[in-house]
Every structure is written in C-alpha cells, then in structure tokens.
Design a protein around this ligand. Structure first.
Ligand SMILES: NC(=O)c1ccc[n+]([C@@H]2O[C@H](COP(=O)([O-])OP(=O)(O)OC[C@H]3O[C@@H](n4cnc5c(N)ncnc54)[C@H](OP(=O)(O)O)[C@@H]3O)[C@@H](O)[C@H]2O)c1
Length: 481
C-alpha cells in the first residue's frame, strides 16, 4: 500500500542556522526526501541563512555533502539531487547584526507561503523575530518554527513566549517536538479515536497501569556540555514523554483540530498530581566499554541524571487510581520507545486456579519497528486441560502495510510539511509548554535543594535496581527493554 502524497502550496522557507548540525542531519535531508516524493511544488524555494560568509554555490555543496552523509544511497540520485539544489539559495545574516537582511527581504516572494525555521540557539529567537519585522520581511501570515529546548523552567519558557509574542501571534508559532511527528504517535490517536474497541476500556476501571519508556543505547556523546545543564528530566520528560503521556491520557477532542487536541492535552498536564520524591528514581550511567556519564560530560561532581523513572497519577475521573510509569535513559540495554497499556485481569475467572489469570496488554511501539501489539488470552493448545496463555496479535506496520508504507516520512519531514500546510495540531502551544514546566519545576527544585546524587547504573542495563523496586513495591514489573 503506497501512501498518498499531497503536494503543498508553493513556499519560501528560510532556515536560520542552515549550516548547523540539525539543518545538516535532519532539516535539509528531510526536505530533499519530500522533494523526491513529489510533495514539494516546482516553485518552492529554500533559503539557507547563517553568519558564515559564503555564496549559494558553497551552500549547495554543503547540502549535497549532508544529504550524501545522512541519507543512504538507495534514497538519493544525482538527477533529483540536482533538481532539489536548484531550489536552494543562501544569504549571510547575523541575527544580532544588520548585514544581509535587506538581501533576504529581496529574496522573499509576496504571494507564496512564508516560513522561517529558527534552527539556532533560543537566545537568538528574539533578535531574529525583531529583525524579521524591522526589515519588513515577515508578513502577517508568516510561520515561524522553533526548536527545543523551549526554556529550562517555567519562567524562561514564559519569557521566550513573550519574546515571540511581541512579533508573532500564537497561530504563527510552531514549537517542534519531533516525537509528535512520529507515525505511531499519530496512530495512537487513530487507534484510540478511530476504533470503538479501545476507548470504552481506556480508563481506570479497565486499565491497571500504563508504562511509557524511551530508552536509548547511546550516551550523551558530543552533547555533554549541553546535556549536563539539562538532564533527562528537562531533555526528555518535560517534552517528549509528557507529550506521549498527554496523547495517551487525554479525553477525546471534539475534532482532530489543533486547538481541540491541544486543549485536551493541556487538561492532562493540569490534572497531574505533584510527585513525591520517593516515586522518582534518578540514575547516571557508569563506565563500561565506553566512558561513564561523569567522564562524558567532563564534570566529576555532576549531579545531573541520565536516567529517570517515575510514577505519576492523573487526578481526574478517567484515571483516578491508575498509575502512569515513565522511564527514560541513556546507555541502556537497547534503543526502544513504547507506550504499554496493561489492562486489568478479568474480575472473575470461570476457570480453575491451575488455568492461571492473564491480562491483556496493548503495546504501541514507536521505535524500532513501529507497530502495535495486543496480547490476548487463549487456551494453551493440546490436551492438557484449560490452561491460559497470552499470544500476540501483532501488527508491524512494515509487515501489514508493505515496504513502501514502512518507508514513512521521518518526523521532521512530516512536521515541516505541516508548517507549510498551516496545520498546528502536532505542535505544542505556548500554554502547554509552560504548564509542563510548571509541573517539572518543583521536582527539579527539590533535587537541587537536597543536592542528592543520582544512583549509578551499569551501561547496557535497564537502569538502577531501584527503578525495578519502584514497580515491584506496587506488585508490577517493567516491560523488558
Ligand atoms: N542538533 C540536534 O540534533 C538538535 C535536536 C533538537 C533541537 N536542536 C536545537 O536546534 C537548534 C540548532 O541546533 P544545532 O545543533 O543545529 O546547533 P549548531 O550546530 O550549533 O548550529 C547553530 C547554527 O546557528 C548559526 N548561528 C549561530 N549564531 C548565529 C547568529 N548570530 N546569526 C545567525 N546564525 C547564527 C550557526 O551558523 P554560523 O556560525 O555560520 O552563524 C549554525 O548554522 C538549537 O536550538 C538546538 O537546541 C538541535
């Protein structure tokens, strides 16, 4: 089954920070893929912008090198690469200076969609927004795309929101959380709200608990200096895991529209109960074949966590009494992201005690091998009497929908096309981001006040033993990673 590609309107997309890591790894290769898929109209224009003084030809050479580095040979060819590069231009601008802006203004067309990707440090957002207006470049309907981290607490997020709001209204601002662009995350909404099968059971009466795991095999790598100032709570929980939690727990929106969806997500964040410190486990990976966290960040005194596990409660009618367990970490056993819904065991068993009691489990796999798996209880085959086992009803998207459908656009590709389409459903609203920080701030403040060190854990493991205990004391266990 081949997915349908709907071309977007003609556009001018300016990428500030076009020479940076994110542009090289994700944005430009992603745009090329959309071009190859026929989603980009012939007169789309992409303008790279950064301080580096270079002409468009030098920029094009960089983009070709990036695409050749980050896309496999099977996903590119010389003809389409040349045609894509004909869409590219470059202008040298300094967000903090005056040079280059008049030139950029000249490059923009009046009658096409206008989008500006701020792929630069957040400290430059204000200067960029101001200059886009001062030089009369951004129109009333222009869109801006901003990256994480969106603040490091509620106060800084509020200040960033206010900076952007001075020049753009909320309908123009696209705050990216690339987890929301993943195919399975959107499938979570399709599964919940496109089937009658699950939604009636999606509540505390039938769901025992929910587990959300985002495990990475990699360590902090070259991002040590940045990561050490942030940690798993700020880097992963406040944004990505919180978004997954919201989509899992929210009420059905009246329509699949940006504000209807975002209103419901916001209600979940506001319903989160404060978390006691004893419900949280923080960890730091030790040395193995590779260096320890402390060596990676070159800070032997670091108290920043590279792992976190926590138990949350949502105080509303739907979820009262059903805990949500969140877990994320670096240098873990495997790379795996999934949302797992553990349903309750049947209230009464008609079978002998020997048959055993089983519970249904619905797993929504984000990576690797995106798909959905539902474990159902059946009789163990054979003459051994009634013994219950559970078996998977497994739908790997790659298997069920064919190889083309498995080759779905990367989250960035999809989200950039949504910006051009003017669809904000998969982007975070300012009040959502502030509310999420409002929930994490007191937790982080308590750690800082106590000055406790995260617990050590072995690389390639599932985190500190205490994370398993957090579950065991509730009579539950984590899904294997
Ligand atoms: N890299 C990732 O995987 C990743 C993931 C999630 C979020 N992000 C976020 O995305 C943004 C960009 O990250 P990055 O990793 O690409 O950073 P980066 O590699 O440091 O690139 C920064 C870019 O900004 C440009 N720049 C710096 N100062 C400038 C100025 N005064 N005026 C105009 N351009 C300027 C740089 O080019 P010149 O030096 O030529 O000016 C460069 O193109 C950051 O907010 C980051 O937190 C990155």
């Amino acid at each position: 089954m081949v997915s349908r590609v709907i071309p977007v309107e003609p556009f001018d997309l300016v990428i500030f920070g076009a020479t940076g890591d994110l542009a090289r790894r994700k944005i430009l290769p992603g745009l090329y893929r959309r071009f190859c898929d026929g989603q980009m109209p012939p007169d789309a224009s992409i303008i790279g912008a950064a301080r580096t003084e270079q002409d468009s030809a030098a920029f094009v050479a960089q983009v070709v090198e990036a695409i050749e580095t980050f896309l496999p040979a099977t996903k590119r060819d010389q003809d389409s690469l040349a045609a894509f590069c004909a869409r590219l231009r470059y202008v040298a601008v300094d967000a903090m200076g005056e040079g280059g802006w008049a030139e950029l203004a000249q490059m923009m067309r009046p009658d096409v969609v206008q989008a500006f990707y701020f792929s630069v440090a957040p400290s430059l957002f204000g200067a960029l927004a101001e200059r886009l207006h001062h030089f009369n470049i951004a129109r009333q309907d222009a869109r801006i795309v901003v990256e994480k981290p969106f603040g490091r607490d509620r106060e800084t997020a509020r200040a960033l929101n206010a900076t952007l709001a001075a020049h753009f209204n909320e309908t123009q601002i696209y705050r990216i959380d690339h987890y929301l662009g993943k195919e399975t995350v959107q499938n979570l909404m399709a599964v919940r709200f496109g089937n009658t099968l699950f939604e009636p059971l999606w509540n505390a009466q039938y769901v025992d608990h929910v587990q959300i795991t985002v495990a990475e095999e990699v360590g902090v790598g070259g991002r040590g200096a940045y990561y050490d100032k942030s940690g798993a709570m700020r880097d992963m929980v406040q944004n990505h895991l919180m978004q997954l939690l919201c989509l899992t727990a929210m009420e059905p929106p009246a329509r699949f529209e940006p504000d209807a969806v975002r209103d419901e997500k916001l209600k979940v964040i506001r319903a989160l109960e404060p978390v006691a410190q004893k419900q949280i486990v923080r960890g730091q990976y030790q040395a193995g074949v590779k260096p320890s966290y402390l060596d990676d960040v070159e800070n032997p005194a670091s108290r920043t966590e590279s792992f976190i596990a926590m138990k949350l409660q949502i105080a509303n009618w739907r979820w009262n009494g059903t805990p949500f367990y969140l877990r994320t970490g670096k240098r873990m056993k495997a790379r795996k992201s999934e949302i797992v819904i553990h349903f309750k065991t049947p209230p009464h068993s008609i079978f002998d005690a020997d048959a055993g009691r089983r519970a249904n489990v619905l797993s929504i796999r984000l990576q690797p091998d995106e798909g959905i798996d539902l474990r159902v209880t059946i009789k163990e085959p054979g003459p051994g009497g009634m013994r219950l086992i559970d078996v998977p009803l497994d739908m790997s998207f790659a298997e069920a929908l064919g190889p083309e459908a498995a080759d779905v656009p990367d989250a960035y590709e999809r989200l950039i096309m949504d910006v051009i389409r003017g669809n904000q459903t998969l982007f975070m609203r300012g009040d959502e981001v502030e509310a999420a920080w409002g929930w994490t701030d007191p937790i982080i403040a308590a750690w800082e006040a106590q000055g406790t060190r995260p617990l050590p854990y072995a690389p390639g493991s599932t985190g500190p033993e205490e994370a398993a205990i957090l579950m065991h004391q509730d009579g539950r266990r984590w899904q294997d990673i």
